[in-house]
Design a protein around this ligand. Sequence first.
Ligand SMILES: *Cc1c(COP(=O)(O)O)cnc(C)c1O
Length: 351
Amino acid sequence: MSWLTALARPEIVNLKSYEHAAWEPGLERLHANELPWRALGDNSDAGLNRYPEPQPRELLERLANLYDVATNALLVGRGSDEMIDLLVRVFCRAGKDSIVVCPPTFGMYAVSARIQGAEVLAVPLRAAQDFSLDEAGLLDRCTPAVKLIFLCSPNNPTSNLLSEEAILRIAARLEKRALIIVDEAYIEFATAASLARHIPQFPQLVILRTLSKAHGLAGARCGALIANPQIVALLRKVIPPYAIPQSTVEAALRLLQPPQLAVMRDRIDTVRAERTRLIGALRALPNTVRVWPSATNFILAEFHDADQALSRARAARLLIRDVRAQPALGRALRISVGTPEQNDRLLDALQ
Ligand SMILES: *Cc1c(COP(=O)(O)O)cnc(C)c1O
């Protein structure tokens, strides 16, 4: 894939990565300047006195199994946020290259790009057409300086799935010219399948997944990137050598067992049922103008008086998200689906 090495920053293509201490769990470790005793109160499986395995084999295997991809198509890190940052650092030269985002959307794409000094081009979703992709507008903006196109499906904060056909058409048009990154942080709450199955035909496609949302592990910081193995190899050059804390590895491994996964699926069913109930009840409130359908674990709602809704929620000790600064969302708030009790309390407060 010579187009890929042409797309990436030459410094990264030529970078000789840091050589971490050899990972040979069969031998005793006198090669990494660790202390040979555990810290007091350390009841982890492996011992926190030891550096963690760089890309933990067992975790990779379990995630590969969960996402139905090959282990060499997977990179694990501290949440999808780290994956977004790695992509921008590997592909965007400061002052020269650009990314495309489709607002209203997740803010980290633009923040990571700006930190790197890459330009952010915005091609808004079509608010009047259910926040669908503006395919023609997007392709128009894709000059050779555009290296990455960030699409979020289902999108945060509008909660809709983007059209798979549209994403694949964009990918086809930008073949060998840019990477199409599809952030699927909320896909477990939708009924659609992951786009990861298209990577063999579309090596310019990169998928982001996370354990932060449906799996309930936001505090552990664990996310994955799924891509062609050559893209994974490039990103591996840049990820810090001991990116994933051992406590995170162990928490994720416990969670990725069949009984825990069954609990996760039950909870997704509960979230979906509560989502339907909340949407119905919110639509019946006098203060709502519009409540959008949701393919996620949150609901976007437009209010006549959003300030009043925010303060009433707060008085009931509930925080909801003000998204009014985003394009086309002048009166909108974003509400995460809570427990049935929390949802009742919110509805009571907003009555
Ligand atoms: C919450 C969220 C993430 C998750 O980020 P992590 O770093 O994995 O916790 C990624 N993308 C979107 C759109 C999100 O809303």
